[in-house]
Ligand binder design. Structure first.
Ligand code: FE2
Length: 274
C-alpha cells in the first residue's frame, strides 16, 4: 500500500491496496492517514455493494440517509447518486445537477447522531467536470486572528437541512422537515486528533445561538470570507473506481458541477456516524 499527499495541506492518494482484504497493519496505516490528511482517495477499487458497506463499517456506524428517494431499494444504507436525472415526462431534472454545490459538511442537521464521515465510490464519471472540492478546516481555524478566536469561544450555531432557505428540504418526508435544529460550536475539537477546527457550514446554517440577527449576519459574512484557505484546498478529479472518504468534523466540501447534463455521473454513497 502506497500513500502520498494529494496537496500541500489536504488529502492523500492511496494506491496498491485492495480495501476488501487489508491486513490489520494496512488498516491501521490507512485510518491514521485519514485522520492526518482528512480526505483519502483510494484508486482502483472493485466493490460489490456489501463490500462497499463493509468498508464503511470499519470507519463507523452506518446510517441510511434521511432522503429516502435515493436509497438503494435493498440496501438502505446505500445512497445512489446521479440516478433519476429525468422527470416523469422524460425531461432532465436540472435540480439533480445542482445538488451538493456550495461549501458544506454532511449531516450537521442530523438529529440521529454525529456524522463522522462520508464515503463515495465512482462508477460513471463524466468526460469533463463533476469534480469534488475539499477544504481543510483545521487550517481555517489556525488562520483566524487571535481576537476572533477569542470572540468565538463558546459561540454556537444551529443547523437544519438546507439552512434558513431550506434548500432541498422538499426531498425530505414531511415529518423530517420539522426536525428541530441541531446545535454545534463554531470552534470544534476533533474527538480523535484533539485538534481544533472552524466548524461553519454555509449550506445548512440557520442562525447563531443567542445572537441578534444583525450581529449574526455580520459574523457569518466574516467567517465565510475566511472559510476557504486557498493553500488548504484539494480539488478531486474523479476516475472510475475511485473510493473517496472525508472527515465531516474537520473539512468542508462542494460539488463543482460543470459537467454535460447528457452525461452520467454515478456514485455510491454511504453516511458514517461516530
Ligand atoms: Fe455533501
Amino acid at each position: 500500500m502506497h500513500i502520498e499527499p494529494a496537496s500541500a495541506k489536504l488529502g492523500a492518494i492511496v494506491t496498491d491496496v485492495d480495501m476488501t482484504r487489508m491486513s490489520e497493519e494496512e488498516w491501521r496505516r490507512l485510518y491514521q492517514a485519514w485522520l492526518d490528511h482528512l480526505v483519502l482517495v483510494v484508486r482502483d477499487q472493485e466493490f460489490t455493494i456489501p463490500q462497499f458497506l463493509a468498508v464503511a463499517e470499519r470507519f463507523g456506524r452506518l446510517l441510511p440517509h434521511v432522503v429516502k428517494r435515493t436509497r438503494h431499494p435493498e440496501y438502505s444504507a446505500l445512497t445512489q447518486m446521479g440516478l433519476n436525472t429525468r422527470k416523469a415526462d422524460g425531461a432532465i431534472d436540472k435540480s439533480v445537477f445542482a445538488r451538493g454545490q456550495g461549501w458544506h459538511t454532511d449531516g450537521p442537521w442530523d438529529t440521529r447522531g454525529v456524522c463522522k464521515a462520508t464515503q463515495l465510490y465512482g462508477l460513471e464519471i463524466p468526460s469533463v467536470g463533476g469534480d469534488t472540492w475539499f477544504a481543510n478546516m483545521y487550517a481555517s481555524f489556525e488562520a483566524l486572528p487571535d481576537t476572533l478566536k477569542q470572540r468565538l469561544e463558546g459561540v454556537r450555531a444551529e443547523y437544519v437541512y438546507g439552512g434558513s432557505a431550506r434548500r432541498g428540504a422538499d426531498l425530505l418526508d414531511p415529518a423530517d422537515r420539522d426536525a428541530p435544529p441541531v446545535v454545534w460550536p463554531v470552534i470544534r475539537t476533533h474527538p480523535e486528533t484533539g485538534r481544533r477546527s472552524l466548524y461553519i457550514n454555509p449550506t445548512h446554517f440557520l442562525r447563531f445561538v443567542d445572537m441578534s440577527e444583525e450581529d449574526g449576519k455580520a459574523l457569518l459574512e466574516d467567517l465565510l470570507a475566511r472559510l476557504i484557505q486557498p493553500d488548504a484546498e484539494y480539488h478531486h478529479r474523479w476516475r472510475k473506481h475511485d473510493y473517496v472518504i472525508w472527515d465531516n468534523r474537520c473539512s468542508n466540501h462542494a460539488a463543482a458541477g460543470g459537467y454535460p447534463i447528457e452525461e452520467r455521473r454515478i456514485h455510491w454513497r454511504a453516511t458514517i456516524m461516530e
